[in-house]
Design a protein around this ligand. Structure first.
Ligand code: ADP
Ligand code: MG
Length: 739
């Protein structure tokens, strides 16, 4: 009796059920997280070779200097190094039955030399130029098609395969069980032949019809073995939608569970404390501030827990908005908490709030790790009894022994410091350990505006308020790029500024990999600046390794103008507000990320005087950075330098936090933003948050609409969707459930 015939087939079967996959291959695949037939089918090609466009070498002359991208397939006859370093190049002669062409490599010559073998069959694509009357392709893109790879044997077989051929990512381990380009194609064909018929359509037909998407079977078949470029495009579009749709479905469900299922606290938003505060302000709130306050108060009185992101560029005035929300909470008899990412920032917030609240009967307390035990016990007691109305702190706030009497509102000021992963953890922990009774309202503040596509994903379960306007009368900061050789003129400039009564920050980057060395550099520079350069002025030093008392004293001295020039590591990146400081000098600016640079720059430009941000870069960058200039693109090795140049140029070109955030995302790639899978969101294999914004928007629209009408996916027409969703989310859900 053949058992296999009796088992009902479906995609959740182990890959070993596929013809051609034995235990060895199954094990190798499992090590690459491909365990079921579904995993295998969703292992998409990373690229394709379009063999329908392959030409004969003899015809290449016709394309010379046309700028067209052409592909030829041939056998490597010879390859030679020509010339000596650094002007060495590698010349490869490729031959097909019609003629020969030279492929030339200037970069990574040694690497390519090792990579090629005489007799090997490759596909080479690129632009044809004529050199010494012969056609050549410089730095072609190469696909290796060893003879073993070709199903019909020999070169002819390839030339007769006039289709679009998938390329699958492989590895040493996969190669060792013959899952190379050809092996993968074979098992993928076998898998689809046998199992594709069991793929169920997860999307409701209304969505498929509306967007004219390919049905799932056709999409899966076409992404592996597309018959035409158009089908491939349609398959990719459909499957990108699926990815983004499942992600948005998760967010819609999360949001649903907070907004609809949890009871919240209903605040009466007519608050006399808030009124008194607004009346006492030396400035008028901006229109944007008024708008977001309205959005927040609508949440506070809705009876549902607020779950909102407040974004606004550095200096846009988020603190006062948060304070108004907190005063409303206090007038309703609740305690409120403000959580900051660093002790310095917590202390700064504490002082700022205390200042704003002078004359109002509100008790603000500070809770941070580095506090003296007696004070700390006192604060903890006031949190317990409810005597503390506002508690400002670091994540010390969410430790277990902190017990609020009646917590109604939590503000998380993350200022881009907490990674996304930490934010999710923090917020979830915050909700758990802080709530106890009712579900507190939550407002997350972020300083660097993030691109819309990202806010719809990483913050996709939050409602978003944006302060899109800076207070009037701010003088735009002047950003200047100087090189290390120009330091003495930078120092002269600082002299003048301090003589005029201004204060100055000089920042040394502190990067994790070389923390000790960086700290040493900052300390040494401080000594030198103090004893040799700015002998007439008061120079201070602050860094993250100091105790909170030390840091506190230094910051107080700086605020009270007892220090003119503050040498610092990147600890001052976030939140610090000293309006009289008008110059920000950033040493080794090339080492910092774009949003970090923007945050640092935002520390100045808060007062009535013209402010300056001076970026110091090493000499080698000097030639290349000009506003609006384009840099010739080189591959590989040069990438990091180019990216650093691009960051600095961006700083010179714009003060707009939104624009900077977009470019930052582009330079770092969305993967980096997500950090890890710890964000609790599924990994995107096809979709790209930078370029697929419109698909994301429709996916979001449909997902949120669907959850509105069927909050638990219980309708019969959503049965397959529910099942697929569980599949899609199997990685993410483990995290959500704390597994
Ligand atoms: P951020 O959004 O970066 O946290 P802050 O809340 O620190 O900005 O505000 C920056 C500075 O602007 C503070 O000194 C604050 O008191 C001031 N400020 C806030 N709102 C206004 C306003 N409407 N007009 C003028 N100054 C304002
Ligand atoms: Mg702030």
């Amino acid at each position: 009796m053949n058992l296999q015939h009796q088992t009902k087939k479906d995609l959740s079967m182990p890959v070993q059920y596929v013809k051609g996959i034995g235990p060895k291959r199954a094990e190798a695949l499992a090590n690459h997280n491909i365990k079921t037939v579904r995993d295998l089918i969703y292992y998409f090609p990373y690229d394709y070779i379009d063999l329908s466009k392959v030409g004969k070498i003899v015809d290449l002359r016709k394309h010379a200097d046309s700028g067209e991208w052409v592909t030829v397939i041939g056998t490597i006859r010879t390859f030679d190094l020509i010339g000596r370093p650094p002007r060495q190049r590698l010349s490869v002669i490729l031959e097909d039955e019609s003629g020969t062409i030279q492929l030339v490599f200037f970069q990574s010559v040694q690497y390519f030399k090792k990579a090629f073998e005489v007799g090997e069959i490759i596909a080479a694509s690129g632009k044809v130029t004529i050199f010494n009357r012969h056609p050549q392709i410089v730095h072609p893109s190469i696909d290796r098609l060893s003879p073993a790879d070709d199903e019909d044997g020999g070169l002819q077989g390839f030339l007769h395969t006039r289709g679009i051929v998938p390329k699958y990512g492989s590895s040493g381990e996969l190669q060792s069980v013959n899952l190379n380009i050809k092996g993968f194609r074979r098992i993928m064909k076998a898998t689809l032949n046998e199992f594709l018929q069991f793929a169920e359509e997860p999307l409701p037909s209304s969505i498929i019809d509306k967007y004219k998407y390919l049905p799932i079977k056709q999409a899966l078949s076409s992404i592996h073995f597309p018959e035409t470029q158009q089908l491939l495009d349609e398959a990719r579009l459909r499957l990108k939608f699926d990815e983004l749709f499942s992600m948005q479905l998760l967010l819609a469900l999360r949001r649903q569970s907070v907004k609809v299922e949890l009871p919240g606290i209903t605040f009466d938003v007519k608050s006399s404390l808030a009124r008194q505060l607004v009346d006492s302000l030396p400035f008028k709130l901006t229109k944007a501030q008024v708008k977001v306050i309205k959005e927040i108060t609508d949440d506070l009185k809705s009876g549902k827990p607020m779950n909102r992101l407040l974004q606004g560029d550095v200096g846009s005035g988020k603190t006062i908005v948060a304070l108004i929300a907190m005063l409303i909470g206090i007038d309703n008899g609740y305690q409120t908490a403000l959580m900051a990412p660093t002790e310095i920032l917590a202390e700064q917030h504490f002082k700022t709030l205390a200042n704003f609240l002078k004359g109002l009967n509100v008790n603000v307390r500070l809770l941070i790790g580095g506090q003296r035990v007696r004070i700390r016990d006192d604060v903890l007691e006031e949190i317990r009894t409810g005597a503390a109305n506002i508690v400002v702190g670091t994540h010390a706030l969410i430790q277990e022994h902190v017990m609020f009497k009646k917590l109604g509102l939590v503000i998380i000021d993350e200022q881009h410091r907490f990674g996304v992963a930490q934010r999710v953890a923090l917020r979830e922990k915050g909700i758990e350990s802080l709530s106890g009774g009712p579900n507190p309202h939550i407002l997350v503040m972020t300083a660097t505006p993030i691109p819309r596509t990202l806010s719809l994903t990483v913050y996709g379960d939050l409602d978003v308020s944006t302060i899109n306007e800076l207070p009037a009368h701010r003088i735009p900061i002047k950003t200047i790029l100087n090189f290390e050789s120009q330091l003495s003129s930078v120092y002269r400039f600082i002299h003048e500024q301090v003589k005029d009564g201004r204060q100055v920050y000089i920042v040394y980057p502190l990067v994790e990999e070389s923390e000790k060395l960086d700290l040493k550099a900052a300390t040494e520079s401080y000594e030198k600046l103090k004893s040799e350069v700015f002998t007439d002025y008061r120079v201070g030093l602050i860094h993250g390794r100091m105790s909170s008392d030390e840091k506190d004293n230094i910051m107080t001295d700086f605020e009270q103008k007892k220090i003119d020039i503050l040498v610092s590591t990147t600890v001052i990146e976030v939140g610090i507000d000293v309006p009289n400081a008008s110059v920000m000098v950033i040493e080794h600016a090339e080492r910092l990320g774009l949003s970090q640079l923007h945050q640092l720059r935002g520390r100045v430009g808060r007062g009535a005087e013209q402010s300056y941000c001076i970026l110091i870069a090493p000499g080698w960058m000097g030639r290349k950075i000009k506003v609006g200039s384009t840099i010739p693109t080189l591959d590989g090795v040069e990438d990091n330098k180019r990216i650093a140049e691009r960051r600095l140029r961006t700083m010179l070109e714009t003060l707009d936090g939104f624009k900077i955030a977009e470019i930052d995302l582009e330079l770092r790639g969305p993967g980096d933003y997500f950090g890890t899978r710890q964000s609790g969101l599924p990994t995107l294999r096809l979709a790209n948050l930078l370029t697929d914004g419109d698909i994301l928007l429709s996916a979001r629209h449909e997902a949120f609409h669907l959850i509105d009408t069927d909050p638990h996916l219980r309708l019969p027409e959503h049965r397959v969707l529910r099942k697929s969703f569980d599949e899609w989310m199997k990685d993410a859900l483990g995290l959500l459930h704390g597994g």
